[in-house]
Design a protein around this ligand. Structure first.
Ligand code: ZN
Length: 133
């Protein structure tokens, strides 16, 4: 567990401003002691997930970030239970392309059912880099 930075979450509006709010949230709330090296990757990926949720998911849209001392886990929750399907996405499908990026850059990711909707989450490990100790 991380003893420096507590888990943080923030509710987002279902609007075109949601990705920018999520990016700002991560830059301010992410644990820089342990996961500073992966913050910009997290910002890029959360932007994709929140864009999907704002376009295709329903409220409530909530972003959460948690450090475990080695890795950063980011979750984006929305009110649409339909899981995203990156492999079947057409080239013109923005949500599918976003998930392919998540698959490419993250250490792990997945989709969990939650109440009436879902969580889409990813993990970025901060190995190497100036913060690895
Ligand atoms: Zn930490």
């Amino acid at each position: 567990m991380c003893e420096t930075t507590p888990r943080a979450e923030r509710a987002l509006p279902q609007s075109p401003q949601a990705p920018a709010i999520a990016r700002s949230f991560l830059r301010h709330e992410t644990c820089l002691v342990h996961t500073g090296a992966v913050v910009e990757d997290a910002v890029l990926l959360v932007s994709e997930l929140v864009t999907n949720s704002a376009l295709h998911g329903g409220p409530p849209i909530v972003v959460a970030a948690e450090c475990d001392g080695h890795a950063l886990q980011v979750r984006v929750r929305d009110g649409n239970a339909t899981p995203p399907r990156p492999r079947q996405a057409a080239a013109s499908d923005e949500s599918g392309r976003g998930l392919e990026l998540v698959d490419l850059l993250s250490s792990d990711w997945g989709v969990d059912p939650f109440e009436e909707g879902k969580h889409v989450w990813f993990v970025l490990r901060a190995g190497g880099g100036p913060y690895a100790g």
